[in-house]
Design a protein around this ligand. Structure first.
Ligand code: GRG
Length: 301
């Protein structure tokens, strides 16, 4: 019998837990949300995707000694509610104007803009509530559970994802420097990835050293994720990606436009090495996180 770690099996098992938690999160909204909005919520949330943010949260929790439970997956799914809202709003005509997402019509293309705005917006407080409640179920104190939800909300807000979205819109049609590009993506994509690791660590009661090493890992992997995203946008196609490559159309600066394809690949690998080093220096034994760092830059979509 081989004891080798299989990322494929790991991803499949964790994804199943995440899907069930997302179904519970949507079911919980059923009594309070009008049917047309609920249909849009289902479309945006229960529509596939890699589910990487919740999986990072679960992997961080496991790396800190925690064991799998339904409440852990509820906590992890709160990250995906925020991610789902961000994609629904990001695809709107006033943002990136994208009609294809995850290989099918984006939510506004299928359901309309007004209902997509409302469905996306209601996911933000739903995610905050879900994160806090799951924290309490994991036997965190009230203050600890609030802090876990606070980490999620800060990462989603002006100092994180929404702030990064503004930098992104402001940067269209302009050649950004590498410092500006890093700043944009540390906010827009990186903040939620860092929060994924931090929420898992906090929920598991990690000590300061483990928390710090997982934060450093998340920061490096978050940027590596975006460099890989830019490479895929420049080299792949809509059928493989499940969305239209759009950076050139929207005249966005990317790691590929800045440095060329080869140098972007070198940067992505260097960031993966930084991420693994952060784990080693923190004494965090986590084969899943090691393998996930490679996956982030090796993926095809
Ligand atoms: C405030 C109106 C308003 C809009 C803001 C918050 C927001 C909209 C946009 C955030 C920007 C954003 C969508 C960031 C994520 C970028 C990204 C790399 C998405 C793809 O993530 P994957 O590859 O996707 O994990 P899957 O489909 O696998 O979940």
């Amino acid at each position: 019998m081989s004891l080798a770690f299989s990322l494929e099996d790991y991803l499949q098992e964790r994804r199943e837990g995440v899907e069930r938690a997302l179904e519970r999160a949507v079911a919980e909204l059923e009594s309070r949300v009008p049917e047309p909005v609920l249909v849009a919520v289902r479309h945006g949330v229960l529509s596939g995707g890699k589910r990487l943010r919740p999986i990072f949260c679960v992997a961080a929790y496991e790396a800190c000694g925690g064991t799998l439970s339904r409440s852990l997956f509820d906590l992890a799914a709160s990250l995906e509610l925020i991610h789902a809202y961000s994609l629904m709003h990001d695809d709107l005509p006033c943002m990136d104007d994208a009609d294809l997402r995850r290989g099918r019509p984006s939510t506004h293309a299928a359901m309309g803009e007004d209902v997509t705005m409302v469905a996306g917006a209601l996911l933000i407080p739903a995610a905050a509530r879900r994160a806090r409640e799951a924290g309490l179920e994991l036997e965190l104190t009230g203050a600890e559970a609030s802090e876990v939800a606070g980490v999620l909300m800060r990462a989603a807000g002006a100092g994180g994802m929404v702030g990064g979205q503004w930098l992104d819109l402001e940067g269209e049609g302009r050649l950004l420097t590498e410092i500006e590009l890093d700043e944009l993506h540390r906010h827009k994509t990186g903040a939620l990835l860092v929060a994924s690791l931090q929420m898992g660590a906090l929920a598991a009661g990690a000590d300061a050293m483990a928390f710090e090493s997982l934060t450093r890992y998340g920061s490096a992997v978050g940027l590596a994720f975006q460099v890989a995203d830019d490479i895929l946008d420049a080299t792949s196609d809509a059928e493989t990606l499940g969305k239209e490559p759009s950076d050139a159309v929207l005249d966005k600066s990317t790691y590929v436009t800045l440095h060329g394809l080869e140098e972007a690949r070198v940067r992505a690998r260097a960031l993966v090495d930084d991420a693994k080093q952060a784990l080693e220096e923190g004494g965090t034994y986590a084969p899943a996180l090691q393998a996930l760092a490679d996956f982030v830059v090796g993926r095809e979509r």
